[in-house]
Design a protein around this ligand. Structure first.
Ligand SMILES: C[S@@+](CC[C@H](N)C(=O)[O-])C[C@H]1O[C@@H](n2cnc3c(N)ncnc32)[C@H](O)[C@@H]1O
Length: 211
């Protein structure tokens, strides 16, 4: 791809720290720089559809070729899931499915951390949206760039917040800085219980009516 085909936004900067958990972390799209694997090492199961991306990473995570649209783990296997600039690489039409899959493999009140970028709708004659990124991890600075086909890729903070609520996540923390943003989501568990309780209530009401 020639430079003319890229729409590069200004360089964004992010500082990352190890994720505070004693449990297992599922990193979606964990190839490339493999930032989450660098931070949390063996506590991370990195999945990626591309074996070359996983082979490129230099960290101690467990690496598995797998599609986030179809997570082949038992339900409630993970305490934490992460997506570090990976949702931008997943087709918008598949985002809801991916959120549902992640919800399924997280434990009750499991946490889903998202770091991603605002992508405006394509309004220029450029094919690729490019994000230059400076990442500070403890004792290291990484300069990288993530580029993705720009068609049908518009996404922002509000878009993912809506998706989170629709797929039964609660929003715990959020921030945005320049063009990048972060969401900390928690798997909502009371929904199912509420439904169960409601069904029981309905039943008892029903019994009373006919009692
Ligand atoms: C460039 S990386 C993002 C940055 C990466 N998380 C890091 O730490 O450097 C995005 C990755 O998502 C992967 N990916 C795209 N679609 C995917 C999917 N449906 N399931 C899993 N991984 C996917 C891509 O192969 C790519 O390696």
């Amino acid at each position: 791809m020639s430079d003319e085909e890229y729409y590069m936004i200004e360089k964004q900067t992010i500082t990352m720290h190890p994720i505070q958990t004693t449990g297992l972390i599922l990193d979606i799209g964990g190839g490339g720089e493999g930032i989450i694997g660098r931070l949390n090492g063996r506590g991370v199961v990195a999945i990626d559809t591309r074996i070359e991306e996983l082979a490129e990473t230099k960290n101690d995570s467990i690496k598995i070729v797998m599609d986030a649209n179809d997570l082949a783990f038992s339900p409630t296997s993970f305490d934490v899931a992460t997506s570090f600039f990976s949702l931008m690489f997943i087709k918008n039409k598949n985002h809801q499915r991916v959120f549902e899959e992640i919800h399924g493999v997280l434990k009750s009140e499991g946490i889903f951390y998202i770091w991603d970028v605002r992508i405006p709708s394509r309004n220029l004659d450029k094919l690729i949206f490019g994000l230059p990124l400076k990442i500070y991890v403890p004792d290291q600075k990484i300069e990288t760039g993530y580029g993705v086909g720009w068609d049908n890729k518009e996404q922002d903070f509000t878009y993912f917040k809506k998706l989170a609520r629709r797929t039964s996540f609660d929003i715990i923390t959020e921030w945005s800085k320049g063009e990048i943003f972060h969401l900390k989501l928690m798997k909502r568990v009371h929904n199912h219980q509420d439904k169960k309780n409601q069904t029981n209530d309905d039943r008892s009401r029903h019994v009373q009516c006919h009692g």
